[in-house]
Design a protein around this ligand. Structure first.
Ligand code: NAI
Length: 319
């Protein structure tokens, strides 16, 4: 509606993830206050956001209905925490992954926020019970864990503290949907949440297979990128089971014993060090030298792939 103030969000920490959240919220038409400790960091962040938005606009991948200029105008910066969160209905914390630092920030926020705002953390692995226990506003606290790069990979894991009010979980879920992300709810906290538990299960078996000399590091990656991964961009492991037989029950009937046989041959948790590390590091570095120039170029290529994939997923849905 004309003259209506857009809903306000505050982003605490303007690094990689903070900038991404700012862009996702601005694409959704939200007013964004970006907070950081140093003005220089905020200047750099705004420059980076402007550059990314312009590039996305030129390539036709800018999200949302507003143009880049209008989206940029929704984002402002601030080095005063109180002013940053003033009037915000949702606060997304994106500071470095350090428990003490995050606890300090949440206890500062705890003193200045009202009883309605949602206090949300981007943490990848700190549990809500570690982050939020003892806060006066613990009922309003939640983890909203994004995936890098959030602009192109929409998943957000929503993880409540045991004392989080269910309405906070619901509001966070609805907000994530509204800005075009793909939220999932965890019913309780667990180490690694869900994404990293699945990821680590894959990484550890990959590590063991290479370590035991079953397959080379580069071929191992191909098993995922040209095999399993092809379908996982569209359907999950459980639906895969459902489709690979006449439904889940039929799959279990057919493959239950076989799966257990294979799973019982899995080795222990790897050390992720020593000779195997050397071997994998060497193979990966031959393909992509581990220096900023090459890693950066490959990341750009990866993001281009993700953009293409996002486009394809959208097309496939509408058909
Ligand atoms: P980053 O290092 O790029 O950014 C952190 C920002 O926080 C910097 O701009 C820094 O100046 C600022 N900062 C430091 N102390 C502060 C304070 N006291 N108050 C306000 N701002 C402060 O880190 P990144 O990668 O953006 O990660 C942020 C959070 O997001 C972490 O918890 C991380 O685990 C999580 N995350 C990161 C992902 C990734 O792939 N990078 C993916 C998913 C979540």
């Amino acid at each position: 509606l004309p003259g209506m103030e857009p809903t306000r969000v505050a982003i605490i920490g303007s690094g990689l993830i903070g900038c991404s959240w700012a862009m996702v919220f601005a694409a959704g038409g939200f007013k964004v206050k970006l907070y950081d400790i140093a003005q220089q960091q905020l200047t750099t962040a705004l420059e980076s956001i402007r550059k990314q938005m312009k590039e996305l606009e030129e390539s036709g991948f800018l999200k949302g209905t507003l143009n880049a200029e209008k989206q940029l105008a929704l984002i402002s910066v601030c080095t005063d925490l109180k002013a940053a969160v003033e009037g915000a209905t949702f606060i997304q914390e994106c500071t470095p992954e350090n428990l003490e630092l995050k606890k300090k920030i949440f206890s500062q926020l705890d003193l200045i926020v009202d009883d309605n705002v949602i206090l949300s953390s981007s943490t990848s692995c700190l549990l809500p019970s570690k982050l939020f226990t003892g806060l006066k506003h613990v009922k309003q606290c939640i983890v909203s864990h994004p995936v890098n790069p959030p602009y192109f990979v929409p998943l957000v894991e929503i993880v409540p503290h045991p004392e989080t009010d269910p309405s906070v979980t619901e509001r966070t879920y609805a907000l994530m949907k509204k800005i075009g992300q793909s939220p999932v709810k965890l019913n309780r906290e667990i180490e690694g949440f869900v994404l990293n538990r699945l990821q680590y299960a894959v990484i550890s078996e990959a590590w063991r297979l290479v370590g035991e000399g079953v397959i080379s590091p580069t071929d191992l990656d191909i098993v995922m990128s040209d095999g399993l991964g092809m379908r996982y961009a569209f359907i999950g492991p459980l639906e895969t089971m459902h489709l690979n037989a006449e439904g889940i029950s039929n799959y279990c009937e057919r493959y239950r014993e076989g799966m257990k046989l294979v799973l019982n041959t899995f080795g222990p948790v790897p050390e992720f060090s020593g000779e195997i590390e050397q071997k994998i590091s060497q193979a990966m570095s031959e393909k992509i030298p581990a220096v900023p120039k090459h890693l950066g170029a490959r990341r750009e290529w990866r993001d281009d792939c993700l953009v293409g994939l996002a486009k394809l997923k959208k097309q496939m849905k509408s058909n």
